[in-house]
Design a protein around this ligand. Structure first.
Ligand code: ATP
Length: 236
């Protein structure tokens, strides 16, 4: 299997405050990997560092063999990485179609027809709602739109920040079913979740982040049976 992402000795934070310390992990092609951890562990900071919304203090990020540590955000997108941020961050006063357009890395006037068709095939509801303003969508539809928008740049690697947040269980199942379709299409997925049950049901492997450090890793089955995970994250 080819390695898609390799994060080596990564440290990052805000201003002078270090949040992530010596983070090391890797993701193979077409894997689904979760980063789990409680509130404030540094999960969002990790995704923001990989997509370069914040700059790392130290360490290296290698994507498909290229050192992307110093790339600005638009080059990260062009390299084939997409980031679905926490809460979706949609342009709520724009239509569904205009939001999808914003996902193309050059904000083109049109999305390539075949890319748009593929997004609509995965999320038929977006085609139905194409001309509606994003603010009129339900919570589940908004999450579908933010994932759909991330596909407009045709990524090979997708990072999602808490896709289950604020959604009823049935809608979470719908979202995860869509993510399974993306995996079948060959996309590698890194997922961060506070809902560890969802994360470990869906991902093949996971890393546990506590206070900015990776303290444990393993396949999802192993972690579900781990005493520390059961006690601290599953309340068993
Ligand atoms: P949550 O699920 O609550 O988002 P998280 O694991 O994603 O948790 P982060 O959002 O990465 O955690 O936050 C990690 C730490 O960084 C927290 O202590 C938080 O207060 C701090 N932090 C987050 N954003 C900023 C910021 N813009 N400036 C300064 N500190 C921040």
């Amino acid at each position: 299997m080819n390695q898609v992402l390799q994060v080596k000795d990564l440290s990052s934070g805000y201003g002078k405050v270090t949040i992530l310390r010596d983070i090391n992990f890797q993701i193979e092609e077409n894997e689904i990997v979760a980063i789990i951890g409680s509130n404030g562990a540094g999960k969002t900071t990790l995704l923001k560092t990989i997509s370069k919304l914040i700059s790392p203090f130290a360490g290296e990020i290698v994507f498909e063999g290229q050192n992307i540590t110093k790339y600005p955000p638009h080059l990260i997108s062009q390299a084939g990485i997409a980031h679905v941020p926490e809460g979706g961050k949609l342009f709520i006063n724009m239509t569904v179609y205009e939001n999808l357009l914003m996902g193309t890395y050059r904000n083109r006037k049109k999305i390539k027809e075949d890319v748009l068709e593929e997004i609509y095939e995965i999320f038929p509801i977006l085609k139905k709602r194409e001309k509606q303003l994003a603010k009129t969508l339900s919570g589940g539809e908004k999450q579908m739109l933010s994932i759909g928008r991330s596909l407009a740049s045709q990524p090979r690697f997708l990072m999602l920040d808490e896709p289950s947040q604020g959604l009823a269980p049935k809608l979470v199942d719908d979202i995860y079913q869509k993510l399974s379709i993306l995996k079948k299409k060959g996309i590698t997925i890194l997922l961060i979740e506070q809902n560890i049950n969802y994360a470990l049901q869906f991902a093949e492997r996971a890393y546990v982040l506590e206070n900015g450090k990776i303290v444990m890793e393993g396949n999802s089955k192993e972690l579900l049976g781990n005493e520390h995970v059961k006690k601290h994250y599953l309340g068993i």
